[in-house]
Design a protein around this ligand. Sequence first.
Ligand code: KDO
Length: 336
Amino acid sequence: MKSVSTLRRHLLAASASALALCGMTGHALAQSKIPMRISTPAVPDDWHARMWTVFKDALDKSSPNQFDTQINLNAALFKQGTEAAAMARGNLELSTISAFDIAKLVPEFSIFTAGYVIRNPAHQQKVFNGPIGENLFKTVSEKMDVTVLSTAYLGTRQVNLREARPVKVPADLKGIKLRMPGTKEWLFLGEALGATATPLAFGEVYLGLKTGTIDGQDNPLPTVRAAKFYEVTKQLVLTSHLVDGVFIAISNKTWNALTPAQKQNVKAAAQAAAQYNNENRIKEEGQIIDFFKQQGLQVTTPDLDAFRKSVQDTYAKSDYAKVWPAGLLDRINHTR
Ligand code: KDO
């Protein structure tokens, strides 16, 4: 007869191996899932951060146990602007990329970094979901090794100043240190608005405004709210200079390894995410002005014709316009 202590030893050993087995199974399961690491500079309260939860939920529902989706906000995984290169290397599966990120490698895409080209969110969806988008996204895939899955409306960019001042025409922004993200295409847009463009990563803007290393920044109003820039600024100048978008993109290394059914589900999840973002952002933009007024900000509208003319002329005369394919601007303008 076995002693009590021997029995206990056997029981312990048995439960330990059962645990090890469970652990291994769990580990093996996690390993067999396709990793979907997402990196974005977006703050948690912004719609284009929240949309990734919609993406994850849709994918978990359509493809149970197939994907391990990990959402990293606040540029915690990759620095703003480095995501496209990380995806091309296969170090990152998914992100949102801007027209500015794309223009670095696909120069003709700079047409979408120019102010006053895209008219409104509906125009943006028509352009990118139609033949113009289809054609350009093929080039994006060839040159950047990422596949664009859907287009999310980031919002219409407005100028947001630390100290209030009269701003009617671009000359009124002369000398204003306007923070822009740190690439030359962004800086050109800031200069085209009449300001002195100053590069800074998104995550440093709040402090820059608070301490006065910059005089202002430009972003869509829902982002001004979500990132709390209204706490450290006194004026919104409604220039509406860029109907901005971000493209949900996936590394081709990941994309090409998926089955046709998985591709369909990943694309559908990206479209659901963009749709959630677009609907909520458009709705919020329609009602957000009162919020800023309640926070004590001055909200002013400049001479929009003056801004539009000056910005469009600046781009038309620039080297950027030289690489825009003949007729593309007209085709964009005629997309309805
Ligand atoms: C910004 O840095 O101003 C910007 O709006 C640029 C966009 O392309 C995008 O990177 C966005 O920041 C981030 O997602 C944070 O909202």
